[in-house]
Design a protein around this ligand. Sequence first.
Ligand SMILES: *Cc1c(COP(=O)(O)O)cnc(C)c1O
Length: 365
Amino acid sequence: MLKQMHAFIPIARPMVGEDELDAVRAVLTSGNLAQGAVVAAFEDAFAAECGVRYAVAVTNGTLALHAALLAHGIGPGDEVITSPFTFIASANAIRATGATPVFADIEPETFAIDPDAVRAAISPRTVALLPIHLFGHPAPMPELRAIARQHGLALIEDACQAHGAAIDEVPVGGYGAGCFSFYPTKNVTSGEGGMVTTNDPAVADAIRLFRSHGMRRRYYHEVFGLNYRMTDLLAAIGLAQLKHLQTWNAIRASHAGILTSGLYDSGLKLPTVRPGYTHVFHQYTVRVREDRDGFRERLKDEGVGSEVYYPVPVHQQQIYAGACTEEFPEAERASREVLSLPVHPSLTDMEIDRVIVGVGNALRR
Ligand SMILES: *Cc1c(COP(=O)(O)O)cnc(C)c1O
């Protein structure tokens, strides 16, 4: 009965304070609500955070991926190798260019695309690799970059879950074109929003042109484009949030450490971090080997929220299943076993303890 005295612990809870409210109020009263100086300031701050030369803000993470692919000239007839274990946006952005997503299986430990599987999936039509830094753990970028260089492929990182993640202290987003999302559940939010990071001036320029109907000069359209802009209103929220990124990521890592020591003998397969890699714990994802969905229900009764990211691998989704007859055993197993537990920075110490106790109870019942 005690558990009913406590509020349910959600899987995500955006942290928004006075800074965001003040920033939004300032933009609203400025008279400039669309893309302007605040977007530019957000881009500069984000580029600095990622240690890259350019950051270009767009409407959301899905369109960041789409714009980055288009900026590399990717289109019909091309193949882009990506992971079958991700949010659908990674594959759909490829499909939106007219290119074909080709899947390569994942490494079981990190859930990231496996370099050996990538090598095996390369064909004469392959033009790019699109790894995902899933759950906040970087994909094996040094290996993937070597493969990309050897085969002359573009490298586009789906970093939508990995703001601030790094390999040997080098932030993700600078290996190729980094695509970020600012959806409310991500490590920092602007409500909705996206960003492409790159060190390549041509890629940055192509995305800037594309996001504003291909115009450099007002009503002179050099190339094809659409409206993929972010607004100053949302950039103001993102800019206020970005100041907290390092602190919030440190709290996520600390929560993950507490969960790992509290659950070490639970029998669950707990997250691991590759040596030299900085995991930003967008999600704390365990594997439940038996009856994952039943366990999830019992956990809910304990007042602990959780989520399955993702219950169906992309190649088995209805929209891809017809075109893809291959099997990806690790992605399929991950979809059956994974469960993400609350790890977000707004959790109190007491809530973290309740997650650990709740997991124990749900496993025993
Ligand atoms: C959130 C997310 C996206 C898409 O971002 P939106 O801003 O929601 O469009 C793409 N890929 C991954 C892995 C994501 O988690």
